[in-house]
Ligand binder design. Structure first.
Ligand SMILES: Nc1nc2c(ncn2[C@@H]2O[C@H](COP(=O)(O)OP(=O)(O)OP(=O)(O)O)[C@@H](O)[C@H]2O)c(=O)[nH]1
Ligand SMILES: [Mg+2]
Length: 207
């Protein structure tokens, strides 16, 4: 990694970006997934503030370790987390935390998941296997999640039922498709998570 190119704090982000408008509720949501599935892209696409990123350049030292068959042109990787914000309406603001995808940084997940209401698991259908461990960790921590299939152009398309079986997901976990580069598409994925969280809360109330 080339620390000289560190981009830890983007210029243009203001401290007031973190403040909640009067009467609004802030909710922490995590965007998680394997290496290079598009987590940083999603947080950046959907955030209404300049996102905080912790990207570092991948160097020759990572060849054979950091190879990402999903995106050949990928030059950087997240070494700590991404942060962004999106207002769903005047009362609900989501604080988005993107996790690092490389396994050697997964120890940071404990802190990132602290206090999270839910998660979006990004999946690349060319590398479904990298999602297993991610989903297991969310289940262990009892963090509710939706699965969002990031539709890379060359990625195979599977019926939702097949994906559900492949990922060993219960019938209730929503599976949506998205384009991590597209704001509206990412917003829809987040809205499906919000809808799912409401359903879970309602089911708990009647139980
Ligand atoms: N075609 C296409 N490319 C995408 C899409 N989402 C992300 N990319 C590209 O895929 C690469 C990986 O994106 P990142 O957002 O860095 O992935 P990440 O999951 O944050 O990666 P790590 O933090 O290293 O785990 C980048 O080069 C993006 O431009 C997508 O929906 N379609
Ligand atoms: Mg990233």
């Amino acid at each position: 990694m080339d620390y000289a190119n560190s981009d830890v704090l983007d210029a243009g982000r203001r401290d007031t970006d973190l403040l909640l408008p009067h009467g609004a509720r802030g909710v922490k949501v995590v965007v998680v997934g394997g290496f290079g599935v598009g987590k940083t892209t999603m947080v950046g696409a959907v955030s209404e503030i300049p996102p905080l990123t912790t990207e570092e350049t991948m160097t020759q030292a990572g060849v054979g370790i950091d190879d990402n068959p999903g995106a050949k042109d990928k030059k950087t990787t997240t070494v700590a987390m991404d942060f962004g914000r999106i207002s769903i309406n005047e009362e609900l603001i989501l604080y988005l935390f993107g996790t690092p995808g490389q396994e050697r940084f997964w120890f940071l997940w404990n802190g990132i998941f602290e206090g999270a209401l839910g998660a979006v698991v990004l999946v690349d259908t060319r590398r479904i296997e990298v999602s297993f461990e991610v989903i297991t960790r969310l289940e262990d921590r009892r963090v509710p999640f939706v699965v969002a299939v990031n539709t890379f152009p060359e990625a195979p398309k599977y019926p939702v039922a097949d994906l559900r079986t492949a990922l060993a997901l219960s019938e209730t976990v929503p599976i949506v498709t998205c384009d991590a580069r597209d704001r509206a598409s990412c917003r829809d994925a987040l809205l499906s998570l919000m809808g799912y969280l409401c359903t879970l809360a309602a089911a708990q109330e009647t139980a």
